[in-house]
Design a protein around this ligand. Structure first.
Ligand SMILES: Cc1cc2nc3c(=O)[nH]c(=O)nc-3n(C[C@H](O)[C@H](O)[C@H](O)COP(=O)(O)OP(=O)(O)OC[C@H]3O[C@@H](n4cnc5c(N)ncnc54)[C@H](O)[C@@H]3O)c2cc1C
Length: 383
């Protein structure tokens, strides 16, 4: 773990980078695109070493700590940066470092780190989401190759990705958790169709129609996919938490500034307590996410802690946008482009987006099941 001084230094460096690079142009492209992807910004992140800043130096990264990774997420979200592609590269990069062969790591990591290669996650399917162990996309052996067939749902960034980390059933006969393997599948033969969601966010349905990949595309061991999925999801949930904390702080800071400018800060009464509660919640939730990062750095699985962080971060963001809307009144409800819209519609959009985050990376109902099972030792969960 780094000492406090270098952690603070890292935070300041990250803050300065995002202040410089999240320009009005980037924000404009982000608002236009609806996919949380701005290619020029993603390349810039890569060129400056931020995408791989937590990978070890031996793997071409910056050798930073997981805790710094959490700080990075928080600062990026506070600045309103489009980080989805970087987060996916980070998730898949760590999965490869932990599970893949040295030749696979060597072949793929440099592209992820530089931002030249974009990756998406193919876990969910049209009929499978919460209960991932029942996934049906099939990978069947054909000589030295594998033939993959099936479809994936909600494949965010598939429209710009070069590869999909794809969860496939490689043994339909065994226990549903043990017959799953992970593949890195080139997107060139995968059909992609858009699916528009709340907040105008574009995700996709993707079709894998007898796609041939070699054994070299398998990540980790045959039938070892479930472990990869679970640790990648823990990682994603903790990252979601710090990003939502950063976003909530951004929403509150924008609101605060507007109230200050219009001389309304002194008139807050009931909302003072709510603001204090929210600030306390955001601080303690960020600390929890840092703790999860420390546990992950020690190679520990932490399903309960990362699920607690995911629920807390996403629901605090909902409370923050809700409170901001109440404080600002009608101008907060105006959409981008409407005359007088607060922060050019950012609050209205974030309010809708906040719902989405309670679903992605596993719904908050499922997180509560995981907390009950892994944190409290209670039965009854499907996972
Ligand atoms: C915008 C968006 C982007 C996404 N991006 C990706 C992506 O890039 N890659 C990817 O693989 N997936 C992605 N997802 C998928 C996401 O992880 C799933 O939507 C989520 O896991 C829920 O699965 P489902 O949609 O099949 O809902 P279902 O599993 O059908 O659940 C429906 C409802 O029932 C509840 N429920 C289900 N089972 C239980 C239970 N045991 N106990 C209590 N409640 C239960 C759920 O909480 C939910 O409210 C994305 C989803 C969205 C909306």
């Amino acid at each position: 773990m780094t000492d406090q001084l270098s952690e603070d230094d890292f935070r300041l460096r990250a803050r300065a980078f995002f202040a410089e690079e999240v320009t009005a142009d980037v924000r404009e492209k982000l608002a236009d695109g609806g996919s949380e992807f701005v290619e020029s910004f993603h390349r810039r992140l890569g060129a400056d070493g931020w995408i791989a800043s937590q990978w070890s130096i031996e793997h071409g990264g910056g050798g930073g700590t997981q805790r710094e990774g959490a700080i990075l997420q928080e600062e990026a979200a506070f600045a309103g940066a489009p980080m989805l592609a970087s987060n996916l590269s980070s998730i898949v990069g760590f999965a490869l470092i932990e599970h893949a062969s040295p030749s696979m790591v060597e072949a793929y990591l440099p592209g992820f780190a530089s931002g030249e290669t974009v990756v998406c996650l193919g876990y969910s399917e049209p009929e499978v989401g919460s209960d991932l162990a029942s996934l049906t996309t099939r990978a069947a052996r054909d000589g030295d190759d594998w033939i993959i067939s099936g479809s994936k749902m909600w494949t965010s960034l598939a429209q710009v990705a070069d590869y999909m980390l794809c969860a496939c059933r490689t043994d339909p006969e065994t226990d549903r958790h043990t017959g799953i393997s992970m593949f890195l599948v080139p997107m060139e033969h995968i059909a992609v169709e858009p699916v528009m969601t709340l907040g105008s966010f574009r995700t996709n349905i993707t079709f894998l129609d007898d796609i041939r990949v070699s054994q070299d595309n398998m990540v980790g061991k045959l039938h070892g996919g479930w472990q990869i999925l679970m640790s990648a999801l823990d990682f994603e949930r903790a990252g979601t938490c710090t990003a939502r904390v950063g976003q909530a702080r951004r929403v509150l800071a924008l609101t605060w500034r507007a109230l200050e400018e219009s001389g309304q800060l002194d008139r807050l009464e009931r909302e003072r307590d709510e603001l204090a509660d929210l600030t306390a919640g955001l601080t303690s939730t960020a600390e929890l996410a840092y703790r999860v990062a420390d546990m992950q750095a020690q190679g520990m699985r932490c399903p309960a802690e990362s699920s607690i962080a995911k629920v807390a971060g996403t629901e605090l963001l909902q409370r923050a946008t809700d409170l901001s809307l109440r404080l600002l009144g009608p101008i907060g409800l105006l959409s981008r482009g409407a005359p007088g819209a607060f922060a050019n519609g950012e609050l209205e959009l974030e309010h809708r987006n906040a719902v989405r985050y309670t679903v992605t990376a596993g719904t908050n109902e499922i997180q509560r099941n995981i907390i009950a099972k892994h944190g409290l030792g209670l039965g009854g969960s499907r996972r």
